[in-house]
Design a protein around this ligand. Structure first.
Ligand SMILES: *[C@@H]1O[C@H](CO)[C@@H](O)[C@H](O)[C@H]1NC(C)=O
Length: 217
């Protein structure tokens, strides 16, 4: 029992330090680790299916040609996560994003991933902002076939300011990129109003007005 516990601690230490100073997902030491969502044992998120039971469909996803997932009522975008169990531990994540005319994917960042996005349909104003103190905007109006890249951790946004629906295919360089929506991080949580007012160089009344739009309905 003690030996088993020691082994577990050693394994956890190895997992934590195995990728040295790198900020990216660790490299797998096996061909694949198809996620077994039925297992209760979890290593880096999910356990591996028995390799002998792995089939081609574990590396396959159908239906990325249409959107059929969550839609943001506030912002008018839809996101479809491309679920491929065989990508478990591969340090990648993919999504189809749809934006109705006028819709935005508001300023946000992924703490653990760089992102590239390919425009499948329509056009979109896509950009990111470099870190403090430059806060420089890098942005392009993209159309079908264009690809734009966002470095890891930088704030970016999408805005369909055209008249036709937009669809994009986004690739992220982590299995768990994380998502910080800046407006939600500030207003949807429980940061004190007076702290927020000081942060935004404004008054509590203005903060309350904005905050009212971010209360869960
Ligand atoms: C969308 O916004 C960008 C940036 O302001 C601008 O360059 C572009 O012309 C706009 N597109 C349309 C269709 O208005």
């Amino acid at each position: 029992m003690a030996a088993a516990a020691l082994l577990l601690v050693a394994a956890l230490v190895a997992l934590g330090s195995g990728h040295g100073g790198e900020a990216f997902d660790p490299n797998p030491l096996q061909d694949f680790c198809v996620a077994d969502s039925t297992s209760k044992v979890r290593v880096n998120g999910l356990s591996c299916k028995d390799p002998a039971a792995v089939v081609s469909d574990n590396f396959f996803f159908a239906g990325a040609d249409k959107l059929h997932d969550t839609t943001s009522e506030r912002y008018g975008y839809s996101a479809l996560t491309v679920q491929i169990p065989g990508l478990n531990t591969q340090g990648q994540r993919y999504a189809r994003i749809d934006l109705a005319p006028g819709a935005i994917f508001p300023p946000h960042y992924h703490p653990r991933a760089a992102e590239t996005a390919l425009v499948l349909e329509g056009s979109v104003y896509f950009g990111f902002v470099s870190s403090y103190p430059d806060n420089k905007l890098f942005a392009k109006v993209l159309s079908k076939g264009d690809v734009f890249a966002v470095p890891q951790g930088l704030m970016h946004f999408l805005y369909n300011n055209g008249t036709a629906p937009t669809a994009l295919y986004a690739s992220l360089t982590s299995q768990d990129p994380g998502l910080v929506l800046l407006a939600d991080a500030l207003f949807a949580g429980t940061l004190p109003d007076d702290l927020l007012a000081k942060t935004l160089l404004t008054d509590k009344h203005t903060v309350d007005n904005i905050r009212a739009n971010f209360r869960p309905s």
